[in-house]
Design a protein around this ligand. Structure first.
Ligand SMILES: [Zn+2]
Length: 394
């Protein structure tokens, strides 16, 4: 059994026992065996190992957990972005443009895009990335999107209810029946989660409830796109269905915040339903950011994710989202880094990632910086020196 010691870590973010909310340890070392962390402690007392990785006094943190991404698509929407920056509002209608391109693409074209974006994210420190379908919107195209997504992630999400496709525009009830019936059946072998875009212009709360309940009955976990473009009942629906995460949360009422806070675990470890904030979407649509402070102050567990997609947030960079969350959403650097690592893990109901403690997966990032603070302090700078996934440097 080969072991690897990562030592000479100036600042180790464990998200476990240690100083402050990030569980920081100084002058630390991490011992890895068979892809798992088996020991964490002072560098001076580190056990012997077969191999050694000298962090050179830099900061080390858990790999980022990006719990919300749409990677299976074809084409891009750079022209739509340019028009938006020139003053046109974002409505979500551009999704249909990507649906057309995705249906016309070959499997290998879609696969190449997923791999390219997954690799891009990995180089920026993302060791776990959720991947959604949602640009096929036929039984065959949703099934193949998820089959291709499953080649790159175990966290795959069926989003057949992304938008009502043009051919069902005047009979949305029929589309919901398709999603709940043959489309769900074809998707389930490749999906872990079910998701709905619950928004004006997409799916109303009754349709969303029907689709999520069908997915849940088929054994999938629930997540939901909610309250992005305006107020609505999506967040409360997510809480009602024990969603792992309600995503966007840009327009919340007091009742929404109370509903999320009401899912708190009795041991004080946060809420069972996580609010996942996607500041790349507000950045790319030039929209007001969600009020992270209000959620955090109410005790709601917050995650940060990229929402990587060709329309409303074409970034794969978790460090960029951390910087936005700190600058624009009044999160502290510690809160933002926690949300991008342990928070993402909570949003996927995982306890083996997003932390660097014995038993966790050896997914970590060595920064080109002495502290995690630099992720927000030095925005746009490539600070990821080295990434390890399952104990291996990819
Ligand atoms: Zn999304």
């Amino acid at each position: 059994m080969s072991s690897l010691l990562v030592d000479n870590i100036g600042e180790l973010v464990t998200n476990g026992a240690g100083e402050g909310p990030l569980g920081i340890r100084r002058n630390a070392a991490v011992l890895v065996e068979e892809g798992r962390v088996v020991w964490v402690g002072p560098s001076a007392y580190a056990p012997a190992a077969d191999r050694r990785l000298d962090a050179g006094g830099a900061a080390v943190l858990p790999g980022f957990v990006d719990s919300h991404a749409h990677l299976v698509f074809a084409g891009d929407r750079a022209a739509e972005f340019a028009a938006r920056m020139a003053g046109q509002p974002y409505t979500g209608g551009g999704i249909r443009t990507t649906v057309g391109a995705t249906r016309a693409a070959t499997d290998n074209e879609l696969r190449a895009t997923v791999r390219r974006l997954r690799g891009e994210a990995l180089r920026q420190g993302t060791t776990t990335m959720e991947i959604k379908s949602g640009y096929g919107l036929t039984v065959a195209d949703e099934a193949r999107s998820l089959r291709i997504a499953a080649e790159s992630s175990t966290e795959t999400t069926f989003l057949g209810a992304h938008v009502v496709p043009a051919e069902y525009a005047d009979r949305p009830d029929d589309y919901v029946s398709l999603v709940c019936g043959p489309m769900l059946a074809a998707a389930t072998p490749y999906a872990k989660w079910v998701d709905v875009f619950c928004e004006r212009g997409a799916f109303d709360v009754d349709h969303a409830r029907a689709i999520l309940a069908c997915g849940q009955a088929a054994g999938l976990g629930v997540r939901i796109h909610a309250n992005q473009l305006g107020p609505g009942a999506g967040v409360r629906l997510g809480v009602e269905l024990d969603a792992a995460s309600v995503d966007h949360c840009t327009h919340l009422s007091d009742a929404d915040v109370d509903a999320l806070a009401g899912t708190a675990h009795s041991d004080g470890s946060g809420t069972r339903t996580v609010a996942t904030l996607l500041p790349g979407a507000e950045f790319s649509t030039r929209s007001p950011y969600p009020d992270a402070r209000r959620l955090l102050d109410a005790g709601v567990t917050v995650a940060l994710a990229t929402d990587c997609n060709p329309g409303s947030s074409y970034t794969s960079s978790m460090p960029f989202c951390v910087a936005l969350a700190v600058r624009e959403m009044r999160m502290t650097p510690a809160e933002a880094v926690w949300a991008a690592t342990a928070g993402g893990a909570r949003a996927l109901r995982r306890d083996d990632i997003g932390v660097l403690i014995p038993g966790a997966r050896a997914d970590l990032v060595v920064l080109d910086a002495p502290s995690y603070l630099h992720l927000a302090y030095r925005p746009g700078v490539p600070l990821i020196r080295q990434v390890m996934r399952n104990g291996v440097t990819p």
